[in-house]
Design a protein around this ligand. Structure first.
Ligand SMILES: [Zn+2]
Length: 279
């Protein structure tokens, strides 16, 4: 098995929204904000190449929305989705499967692109889409709170593709690639756990978006069910610590991954760095 990480693009969001009830006096010691109070995030996608498959995890914002929509995301840097894949040695047609952690716009938008004659076409013509049934049904009902994140133009094409696989429960999707299902951020978020050549790593998605989100109470204001997020983090952090797993971050612009260590204050990051430093 071979793992590759690439950054589609950096973007910026409000620092307060990223740390919920944690006072700025505390989070600003860990993360720098600008005059608008925004902080830097990455959009790091993962490619898992097994003997038989090339699996992409998440696909970034895409480009189907207009300038006005992207005005508040401050996209910059990174290699783009197709560009980042190319740097890792893959063409869009090589991708056999895409695991979508959840259907918020910054995770699934890149899967379908505008077609010349109108409508959309899949960027990955040979890929099957894997989304949890809980998230699929939730996102299709829509709700006021997540209205800006669940965009019909991003979600509808999956249903029309004929290649949508709904994940019913936590399972081993492919040899060495399992998924957990979390409910605190949004119902049915898939968390991939990968066993690569004897080393286990967990792609923490929006459960632990950056290294600064490892403390149990340092959670995003976007989470629908904060108490559930805390319980889910607690469980995964304990398991990761006990079994020497690596955490892989989707939104940390400085660190791709880290080990964990026990401290008097709770579980914290151990060694931080790039995936290549640990594998
Ligand atoms: Zn999200």
């Amino acid at each position: 098995m071979k793992l590759s990480l690439f950054n589609i693009s950096n973007f910026r969001v409000d620092g307060g929204a990223m740390f919920g009830v944690i006072p700025k006096a505390l989070w600003s010691r860990q993360v720098q904000s600008d005059e608008l109070n925004t902080i830097e995030l990455s959009l790091t996608s993962l490619v898992i190449e097994t003997e038989e498959r090339v699996i992409l995890v998440d696909a970034g914002w895409g480009d189907k929305q207009d300038e006005k929509f992207f005005r508040h995301t401050y996209l910059h840097g990174g290699s783009g989705l197709a560009g980042g894949l190319a740097e890792c040695g893959y063409r869009p047609e090589d991708i056999t499967d895409v695991i979508i952690t959840h259907l918020h716009a910054d995770h699934c938008g890149g899967c379908f692109v505008n077609a010349k004659g109108g409508g959309t076409v899949p960027l990955f013509p040979n890929a099957a889409w894997h989304i949890s049934r809980a998230q699929w049904e939730w996102a299709n009902e829509s709700n006021l709170r997540e209205e800006d994140a669940f965009l019909p133009e991003n979600i509808r094409p999956f249903g029309e593709s004929g290649r949508l696989h709904l994940v019913e429960e936590p399972c081993e999707l492919f040899p060495g690639v399992s998924v957990r299902i979390c409910y605190g951020h949004t119902p049915g978020m898939l968390i991939p756990v990968i066993n690569c050549n004897g080393k286990t790593m967990v792609y923490t998605g929006d459960l632990i978006p950056t290294v600064a989100h490892i403390p149990l109470l340092w959670n995003m204001a976007y989470d629908l069910l904060p108490l559930v997020t805390i319980a889910e983090k607690q469980e995964i952090l304990h398991e990761a610590l006990q079994n020497d797993w690596l955490l892989v971050f989707q939104h940390d612009p400085a660190y791709e991954c880290c080990t964990l260590s026990e401290t008097p204050k709770g579980i914290r990051a151990g060694l931080k760095g790039r995936l290549a430093d640990f594998t």
